[in-house]
Design a protein around this ligand. Structure first.
Ligand SMILES: [Zn+2]
Ligand SMILES: [Zn+2]
Length: 904
């Protein structure tokens, strides 16, 4: 019986639990403290601070299975994913850890025991490597060698030494480091893919597919002071990492990770959906592997709060979903299908990683929606790419700038454009693409899809900037931009742009874009909207409605000339609207307070996903799987107001990015930060809020005034949205509500405090009054009906009553027919009324008549035609309804006809 992946994972964990280890859940794929890292890419990421000695470990022995993602940067496996059997974007890393506790002896013994005794791997296929410095400056790890040689059944010729590249581990240029020992598995000569490569030596670390590294045991024993000085660490640590997918493939004795039960159910599902055969899959496995790998990764990303988007991690999430979808189209999967694969992923991994089940809906919804979005732009994107490739000769490189355009306007991620280009024999310039993406981000600061489509002639802005710097009207830094120290600046008009052209002057009523030498107007960034205001001189005034930075170094104030004729060269004063800006600053400071309290109350996995800081409100989007409860919302609002009343000063400091991050400042991933960053913190000692932020803020939290949450809703799957008001808007809201309360109190003739009680009493009273009315009505109708009970006709000897009752309803009519039937054990009633404007007939007859061929249901059905409707029911009781009340009498006449016909 082959062991399942889930069993192997459990066995690893349990093996170390039995040896005194505590289980630590996998850290999120989004590294908590480390904003410089895109994704958690190794098991040690969450323990970095312990190795650095900054943090004290809660347990000395720990075991875990860590979710890892390698998709960009130094460890970029994306291009190999799908082409071979063992590269993945997402993978699991099993590890056991000792923080200053056990060391080499236990680590090696246990590794050998688990592999050979528990998992029963063939000892003759295992190889162990130890460290020997080729430069001869770091001591040889004979300690590890000795321990390996002592293991039962180890082949002494299989214990070998390797140098720094393979067997020495360092976290960075300085800091903790040490030798490591690896265990490799020999899959057999038939797996060597380099037999025909001249000079290939088939051996461990020989770079062919025969030897697979299973497990790396790192012994952290030194601290590197500088390039050639190591000193021993007081506490020695063990850090191990086992590639889970590889181990499973060896234990399950399959030739590919994709044939293990970690992936194969996903591939089987894809084969089924595509309608292809197993032979087709075997002969062209790449699309299946890419779909399985990428879909698995996307599920884990979304479960950790990373939803598809345009920058940073979100871009990766978007890109892998789109790449999987494109590979789907290669095997005939042209409709959205990935959610079906994702369901399979959640089933397969949900037990080991409960976050998948918890975010089930968000995962499926985000994946499907991204697939649909992609399919909308795919065709135009592909034909545009074709067009671009048609213009260059085969074998050459497509410009990065054009590849960026493919993404920004046609939604085709770089990685997919490159896939396609390569299939056709072209390359795409990646550096150029990244540069274009960065430039775009700098100019727009916060990415908006609409930014790309700024109207008119975009070339004019760099031209103007170049002209002004050559003429020395601007220095190399461009327009001096300082929205922090003052709300007005004196300056000179350097350029007027109208209809996308540079003009010497403008007329009354013209819509213009103005370049000044200095600007105090804030430019939209980090969610905070741009300032408005006026530019004026003695003779003219321009109303400024927006501020922007179309190209780095150039600030544009755009608006309308409302007085006079401004000219280039005119001296002037630019004044930002101070009242509006104060409102904005209150909302910005409140946004930081809100962010901090959300993290405190909902947990640190709550991540900012977007924000708007406007004069009249603030909006804050964050990743969180479910709606907040009423209590959570009230708690967050109360805490923010508490912070406001504590009246903390805001501390604004510029410092190096590295320092800010290491101090724990919150940064938005995907935002581009320079080497020096502006930080905003609040609270004495350890600040309760600490963010990288270029926005403008109040001096103290007390300036915010009052904070009220007006709405909590869903912004997208897995993303919640809070809207709130502060300061004047909050006061307006309170005042409006107070007025409403007072008015309601007046109407109820009560005090404001009594409103609730009074309203409840009134509702009770109303309900009992309604019941009374209904009861009297029924009584009245019944009395009236009793008087008509004698209006019985005899049809072929059977009593029949036909009546149109006023102001009745179905229930009352049924009651009346019961009464009639009580008096006439054998008889027929056809009672009609008009209820809410619509005609209604109840047909009822006694059981004995059913035997004579009468069926109430059939009668109701037939006579319904006369009232323009339909009818039906049981043989003894049926109902007809319609739209034409005028047909009621005719319907009843028809009823009588039918009865007499059938009774004969
Ligand atoms: Zn080989
Ligand atoms: Zn901010």
């Amino acid at each position: 019986m082959v062991k399942s992946g889930a069993e192997i994972r459990k066995e690893f964990i349990n093996f170390f639990v039995e040896r005194g280890h505590s289980i630590i859940p996998s850290a999120s794929l989004v590294p908590g403290g480390d904003q410089t890292l895109l994704f958690t890419n190794a098991g040690m990421v969450q323990f970095k601070d312990i190795f650095l000695g900054v943090e004290k470990p809660a347990h000395k022995r720990v075991v875990d299975s860590q979710k890892c993602m390698r998709v960009s940067g130094k460890h970029n496996d994306l291009e190999d994913v799908g082409r071979d059997d063992y590269h993945h974007t997402f993978f699991e890393m099993m590890g056991n850890w000792s923080f200053g506790d056990y060391y080499k002896k236990e680590a090696i013994e246990w590794a050998w025991e688990l592999l050979t005794k528990v998992w029963k791997l063939d000892k003759s296929r295992l190889w162990c490597t130890c460290f020997k410095d080729e430069k001869g400056t770091i001591p040889t790890d004979t300690e590890a060698e000795g321990i390996w040689l002592n293991q039962p059944g180890v082949d002494p010729t299989h214990v070998q030494f390797f140098g720094r590249k393979d067997n020495f581990w360092e976290m960075a240029d300085t800091g903790p480091c040490g030798p490591d020992s690896e265990i490799h598995y020999d899959r057999g000569l038939e797996f060597c893919d380099k037999k025909n490569v001249p000079g290939h030596v088939c051996r461990v670390n020989g770079d062919c597919k025969r030897f697979v590294e299973l497990w790396n045991l790192v012994f952290i024993q030194y601290n590197r002071i500088h390039a050639d000085k190591l000193e021993p660490l007081p506490l020695k640590h063990v850090d191990t990492g086992m590639g889970f997918e590889r181990v499973v493939s060896i234990i399950q004795a399959v030739t590919s990770n994709y044939k293990t039960d970690l992936f194969f159910p996903l591939i089987e599902k894809t084969i089924k959906l595509s309608g292809q055969t197993k032979e087709q899959w075997e002969s062209n496995p790449t699309p299946y592997r890419v779909i399985a790998d990428h879909c698995r990764a996307a599920c884990f990303l979304i479960a950790d709060g990373v939803v598809p988007g345009n920058v940073g991690r979100s871009y990766i999430c978007r890109m892998i979903i789109r790449r999987a979808a494109r590979f789907g189209s290669k095997i005939g999967l042209n409709e959205p299908f990935l959610a079906k694969i994702a369901e399979q992923v959640i089933k397969l991994y949900g037990e080991a990683y409960p976050e998948l089940g918890k975010n089930n809906l968000s995962i499926l919804d985000n994946i499907s929606r991204e697939e649909i979005r992609f399919s909308r732009t795919l065709d135009t994107g592909l034909s545009y790419l074709d067009e671009l490739l048609g213009k260059i000769s085969t074998g050459s490189v497509l410009e990065g700038k054009l590849a960026f355009e493919l993404y920004s306007t046609h939604g085709l991620p770089f990685e997919i454009a490159r896939d396609i280009a390569r299939e056709k024999g072209f390359e795409v310039d990646e550096t150029g693409f990244r540069k274009a993406m960065d430039e775009h981000r700098v100019t727009s600061s916060v990415w908006k899809e609409s930014d790309v489509n700024r109207e008119g002639n975009l070339e004019i802005y760099p031209e103007i900037l170049k002209k002004l710097t050559t003429e020395k009207k601007l220095d190399a830094k461009g327009v001096a931009y300082d929205p922090y120290s003052s709300m007005e600046v004196k300056g000179e008009i350097l350029a007027i742009i109208k209809d996308s052209k540079s003009q010497p002057s403008a007329q009354l009523g013209d819509r213009v874009e103005i370049v000044l030498s200095k600007s105090c107007f804030y430019i939209e960034s980090g969610g905070q909207v741009s300032d408005t205001g006026i530019i004026e001189s003695k003779n003219w005034t321009i109303l400024v409605k927006n501020t922007s930075r179309p190209t780095s170094g150039l600030v544009i104030l755009s608006g309308e000339v409302v007085k006079g004729e401004p000219k280039v060269g005119d001296a002037c004063v630019a004044k930002a609207d101070a009242v509006r800006r104060s409102d904005i600053m209150r909302n910005h400071t409140a946004t930081h307070l809100l962010h901090a309290e959300l993290q405190k109350i909902l947990g640190p996995q709550t991540r900012q996903a977007g924000s708007l800081v406007a004069p009249d409100k603030l909006r804050f989007d964050f990743s969180f799987p479910e709606a907040m409860t009423e209590e959570q919302i009230e708690q967050v609002e109360a805490n923010v107001n508490e912070r406001i009343m504590q009246d903390f000063s805001l501390v604004v400091v510029e410092k190096p990015l590295k320092q800010a991050i290491s101090e724990g400042a919150m940064a938005l991933f995907g935002e581009k930060y320079g080497k020096m960053v502006r930080t905003i913190s609040m609270g004495e000692g350890t600040p309760f809020s600490y963010e990288l932020c270029g926005g403008t803020h109040t001096k103290t939290t007390g300036d915010v005034g009052l904070f009220l949450i007006t709405n909590e809703s869903s912004a997208a799957a897995g993303i919640r949205r809070i809207e709130a008001v502060t300061g004047r808007k909050a006061y307006d809201l309170v005042q409006k509500r107070m007025k409403l309360l007072k008015m309601s109190a007046r109407i109820l003739s009560a005090s404001v405090d009594q409103i609730q009680e009074k309203a409840e009493d009134l509702v009770d009273e109303l309900n009992s009054a309604r019941k009374e009315v209904a009861k009297s009505k029924a009584e009245l109708t019944q009395k009236a009906f009793a008087g008509k009970l004698n209006q019985v006709e005899m049809v072929k000897g059977i009593p029949l009553i036909r009546l149109i009752v006023e102001n009745s309803d179905a229930d009352s009519l049924r009651q009346m027919s019961d009464e009639f039937r009580a008096k006439n054990p054998s008889g027929i009633a056809m009672l009609a009324t008009v209820s809410d404007g619509n005609p209604l007939i109840i047909v009822s007859l006694s059981e004995d008549l059913v035997k004579k061929g009468l069926k109430a249901g059939d009668i109701a059905k037939e006579i319904a035609i006369e009232i323009g409707g339909s009818g039906g029911g049981r043989p003894i009781l049926a109902q007809a309804g319609g739209k034409n009340p005028k047909g009621l009498q005719k319907a009843l006449d028809l009823g009588k006809e039918i009865v007499s016909k059938i009774l004969k």
